[in-house]
Design a protein around this ligand. Structure first.
Ligand code: NAD
Length: 249
């Protein structure tokens, strides 16, 4: 457990999966969490769960593919809570599995707009608020697909390599301003997407993981919490695999 008391934490895509687990983790460690998602029902649900457990959370609707929507999210956070200390840019989407020759422009832009522009615009609007708070941390959720190739998922793979590149470049820009920026690169995580796979598909993806199992969303949330905490005070620009050893083979 880390001490995030009096800390305002913004998590995008917090209505589900890793984002929801991350919101719960920060709330359990004392933070006030801004739960942001395009899906109002699941976003309200996450905030409600946190409140039910005695934590502090508010829901704000956002579409991270629209920079103006992220600017509004940061403004709402500042109006409601007065400051921002930690931002987790987690919201993302996948692409329909297909060879690159069958990916059309619309699909390419749809994925890049959410996964890459969303993270760029997130940092663009979060950073001034973090400077104003005197420092803080950003964690961007990339993927194993940001380190390794992803056949059949070129838009997703390109977007996640982009997230790693954005993380490294932005971290260097602000390294002397008390803001650390890192990324996590999970392999397959035990979320509804994995649960909806056939047994054979599941065995195939999990079979690549040396530890022989998917990550729990909480294990990714733990890495995000560590990177956001003072315990990681000299870590910036890093893309941390959370993958049971998969990318070390
Ligand atoms: P998920 O699909 O369970 O949740 C994603 C959330 O993002 C949803 O609540 C969704 O409504 C929200 N969202 C989607 N588009 C949005 C938009 N335009 N604006 C705001 N919110 C939006 O996803 P997950 O599996 O928990 O993945 C979370 C992150 O982890 C993503 O960045 C994903 O790429 C990454 N990741 C996931 C896995 C995995 O196996 N699940 C593996 C590696 C990386």
């Amino acid at each position: 457990m880390y001490d995030f008391t009096d800390t305002i934490v913004l998590v995008t895509g917090a209505g589900s999966g890793i984002g929801r687990a991350t919101a719960h983790r920060f709330a359990a460690d004392g933070a006030t969490v801004v739960v942001a998602d395009i899906d109002t029902e699941s976003g309200h649900e996450t905030a409600g769960e946190i409140e039910d457990r005695g934590g502090d959370a508010t829901f704000v609707e956002v579409d991270v593919s629209r920079p103006a929507s992220i600017a509004a999210l940061v403004n709402t956070t500042l109006n409601e809570h007065g400051r921002l200390d930690v931002a987790v840019n987690n919201a993302a989407t996948g692409n329909r599995p297909a060879p690159i020759t069958d990916i059309d422009e619309e699909e390419w832009h749809r994925v890049l707009d959410v996964n890459q522009t969303g993270v760029w615009a997130g940092m663009k609007h979060e950073l001034p608020a973090l400077f104003e708070s005197g420092g803080g941390a950003i964690v961007n959720v990339a993927s194993k697909a940001g380190i390794r190739g992803s056949p059949g998922r070129t838009p997703y793979g390109a977007s996640k390599h982009g997230v790693v590149g954005l993380t490294r470049s932005a971290a260097l820009e602000v390294a002397d301003e008390a803001v650390r920026i890192n990324a996590v690169c999970p392999t397959i995580v035990d979320t509804p997407a994995l649960q909806s796979m056939t047994e054979r598909e599941r065995e195939q993806v999990v079979g690549n993981v040396p530890m022989g199992r998917p990550a729990d969303p909480e294990e990714v949330a733990n890495a995000i919490a560590w990177l956001s905490s003072d315990e990681a005070s000299f870590v910036t620009g890093h893309a941390l695999p959370v993958d049971g050893g998969e990318t070390q083979q």
